[in-house]
Design a protein around this ligand. Structure first.
Ligand code: HEM
Ligand code: CU
Length: 558
């Protein structure tokens, strides 16, 4: 039976989450296009340079925070429901977390867009990192806090289903889809502690005027307590798709169950203690702590390299089932005409490139070369902007028939979509990396660098070329996004109803759960270890930081 017929309630929840995610993607993506044009210093008519920061805030918040969170919620509802074979325990509870997140999103979006209304006092041009002393309207912080509380409730919903399932199945191993969900959410619980303290304890009181002083360093540190792990909150659901679904799309089976579980455990343990690697350039943090963060960050390469190995091994297995041969020739036997497969595979290739630029970011000394340059957006459009976003779009092509009972329309357009995203991102991201090496800053409406983008001679190798590549890449990306939305909306509204059940079978791994040590499923143990590692990494530096007052250093004992 197709998912929608077997679990109609969960299907509704998943779809509702996807709708919000895609609206955020559409608006945020459009803003990205305007930014890419604006930075050429030619196409600047759409917004003025002040409004640029409003768009950039909208872009970062709607894509990196809202699109991801809602898509992940929809995906996890689907996975938990099918792998535990039970609908959510209490629909009123389930809908309450969804609506809490929606109301929070609307509040935050409203304050951001206020920046486009002349003389409006409701503003939030603080970018998605909201570093003080940039200040937003309180509704911005309260809205974001509501989204986070909603996501905690969503996680609790999945743990609730799991504990009910556990009562009925006391000796079974945690099904792999649920395992990946629960470990991702455990990590989310750990890292959002920092964000909650920052927003509720510091930013909301300050934006309401209850306290007048704020220092930059403590909120930044609490933000990055959350801010590195959040990238794995985006990425692990993409891994989830690569582990659970991509092997099937390639015609094969997951390589190893235990490897998958180990990778998720390592991410739970190491994602949060590395946050200082975003603060190498911040004064006020002792260099030893930064060095510790660098060492742990380099260790985090391990689970990503393990993923590379497992996913490629699974794809090779799939291709060989389809008649592929040789060391490399099998690649041509992969289903390069299936949009869901192509999107995931190209996302994975881009992620490898993003991993390399990430290693540069992570090095304490070489980081200074690229810090706060446009190299950084170059890097994360490969990771979250492609590895995550393109995987999510691709898996939508596979999930949509299961959730709606309708067939995908416009298969050719759907196939062009991931290839065009790949092309657009290659141009945009490559140029961002190169411009960053030359010192072009990020987060600015006017990265002039004494060029005239209309000056075509000699253009290659110049700053003009890079600006043009960013603008052309951004335009191709917007076209790709429109293709995606077109395919999804028309299939959803008018796709042919399919009588036959959709093929949603996920085959067992090659090396199955019977080879997986039981200790890997011990959630309490891994969660406790994760907390200990966080305390080790954060307690001393935070203690050092609050010695001279929490809101404003030097102001207390006069
Ligand atoms: C920043 C373009 C898609 C996340 C930027 C910037 C550009 C851009 C030009 C740099 C602005 C600056 O630093 O001044 C685009 C285009 C996209 C796209 C054309 C496709 C239509 C995405 C996606 C994500 C994303 C899918 C994440 C899921 C971000 C974030 C920033 C950013 C987090 C940094 C914002 C900040 O610095 O506060 N984008 N982008 N973008 N983009 Fe995108
Ligand atoms: Cu990081």
């Amino acid at each position: 039976m197709t998912f929608i017929h077997k679990y109609p309630k969960a299907a509704k929840v998943s779809k509702a989450n996807f709708i919000v995610a895609f609206i955020a993607l559409a608006i945020g993506g459009f803003f990205g296009f305007i930014q890419a044009l604006h930075r050429t210093d030619v196409f600047r008519g759409f917004v003025n340079s002040g409004e640029y920061y409003t768009l950039l805030t909208g872009h970062g918040v709607l894509l990196a925070l809202i699109f991801t969170t809602f898509f992940i919620a929809g995906l996890f509802v689907w996975g938990v429901t099918r792998s535990l074979d039970r609908e959510p325990e209490n629909m009123a509870y389930t809908w309450s977390w969804f609506w809490l997140m929606v109301i929070g999103t609307v509040m935050a979006a409203f304050t951001i867009l206020g920046g486009l209304v002349p003389d409006s006092s409701i503003r939030a041009a603080v970018l998605y990192t909201f570093y003080p002393p940039l200040q937003a309207h309180p509704a911005f912080y309260i809205g974001l806090a509501m989204v986070v509380v909603g996501s905690w409730m969503a996680a609790a919903d999945w743990f609730w289903s799991y504990s009910k399932w556990r009562d009925d199945n006391p000796t079974e191993r945690i099904p792999i889809l649920s395992f990946m969900t629960l470990f991702t959410m455990l990590m989310w619980y750990v890292c959002t502690i920092g964000l909650a303290i920052e927003v509720v304890g510091l930013l909301i009181p300050w934006s309401l005027g209850w306290v007048v002083e704020i220092e930059p360093l403590l909120p930044r540190t609490l933000f990055w307590f959350f801010g590195h792990a959040v990238v794995y909150f985006w990425l692990l659901p993409a891994y989830y798709v690569w582990y659970a679904i991509l092997p099937k799309l390639s015609g094969g089976r997951l390589f190893s169950d235990s490897m998958t579980r180990i990778v998720f455990i390592i991410f739970l343990l190491l994602s949060t203690p590395v946050g200082y690697h975003h603060q190498y350039a911040d004064a006020g943090i002792s260099v030893g702590f930064k060095f510790y963060a660098m060492a742990t960050t380099m260790m985090l390469l391990l689970p990503s390299l393990m993923t590379l190995f497992t996913v490629i091994a699974s794809m090779e297995h799939g291709a060989k089932q389809r008649g592929g041969k040789g060391y490399f020739a099998w690649i041509s036997k992969l289903p390069w005409n299936n949009p869901a497969f192509v999107g995931c595979a190209l996302a994975g290739i881009m992620f490898a490139a993003g991993g390399f630029s990430g290693m540069i970011n992570a090095g304490m000394n070489i980081n200074l070369l690229i810090h706060n340059t446009i190299w950084i957006p170059g890097h994360f459009h490969l990771t979250v902007g492609t590895a995550v976003a393109l995987t999510f779009m691709a898996v939508t092509y596979w999930l949509l028939p299961q959730l709606t009972g309708r067939k995908l329309k416009f298969k050719t357009l759907a196939l062009i979509q991931p290839y065009s995203w790949f092309l657009g991102m290659t141009l945009m991201s490559n140029a961002m990396h190169r411009a960053g090496l030359a010192g072009v800053p990020r987060r600015t409406a006017e990265p002039e660098f004494n060029t005239n983008a209309m000056n075509f001679e000699p253009i290659f190798g110049t700053m003009s070329e890079m600006k043009w590549q960013i603008a052309i890449g951004g335009t191709i990306l917007l076209i790709s996004l429109i293709l995606f939305l077109w395919v999804v909306i028309s299939s959803w509204m008018a796709g042919q109803k399919s009588e036959k059940p959709v093929d949603d079978h996920i085959p067992e791994p090659l090396s199955g759960v019977e080879h997986t040590p039981a200790i890997l499923d011990n959630m309490k143990l891994w969660f406790a270890l994760a907390l200990i590692l966080v305390v080790l990494a954060y307690s001393f530096p935070l203690w050092e930081m609050i010695q001279d007052g929490i809101f404003s250093p030097g102001a207390l004992p006069r």
